[in-house]
Design a protein around this ligand. Sequence first.
Ligand code: KIV
Length: 271
Amino acid sequence: MSTHKSINKITTEQLRKMKQAGEKIASLTAYDFTMAQLLDEAEIDVIIVGDSASMVFAGNETTLPVTMEEMIYHVRVVAKAVKRGLVIADMPFMSYQISTDEALRNAGRFMQEAHAEGVKLEGGLEFLPTIKRLVEVGIPVMGHLGLTPQSIHLFGTYRTRGTSGTEADKILHDAKALEEAGVFAMVLEKIPAELGRKISESLSIPTIGIGAGPYCDGQVLVSYDMLGLYDKFHPRFVRKYAELGSAMRDAFAAYRNDVKGRQFPTDKESY
Ligand code: KIV
């Protein structure tokens, strides 16, 4: 008799059904094995190995410097840990923009070498041929519209996107085009809640919001932000579910003091 609990593995099809049934999708980011295992045990539906790794894991100012090789490593260790959630690899800056062929090669590496179950890329109409090609060969693609952090030097600011009529119309238009091109879901980042609602109601695929209001079909946060581990930015959409940064600082200081004060290790902690 098997002692394994049966696992209800999340698939792209299941995410679509969750939208139809009105069940919200819970997503977070992960970059390492231990964190990914904890997210999976908490039944987080979609685990995105975000290029936010560049900032919160590697300490860069933006998401731009992280490379394919670094992302492959993060995705591989996350995918090794996850049994239930859908593991999505975020395609780093310049891994999909140059040509459809390069996008195909790099997305293929995420699937083949790192065991991702889909990829995410930022942008709208300009990437339709690439998205169509990836989907054609069997690679599930997640879109990402609104504030797209890889374009930060073009935007010049992390302000809310889609606040003007023209910009909102473009995001809605892009969202419809991405759905038509075959994306299975899309992240909507930092747009007004009403635009989040309009897009979510216009599409049959799920929207996953980050700072895009309560009407999206799911929500995602950067795990380091919601755990209180990264405090360079304090956008209002980040709800802090823990203050692990201060808990860790306290633990490290307590350990240091024990070592300096000869309180660690005790006889019981020695051989
Ligand atoms: O890089 C990232 O963490 C993201 C999240 C918004 C999913 O793109």
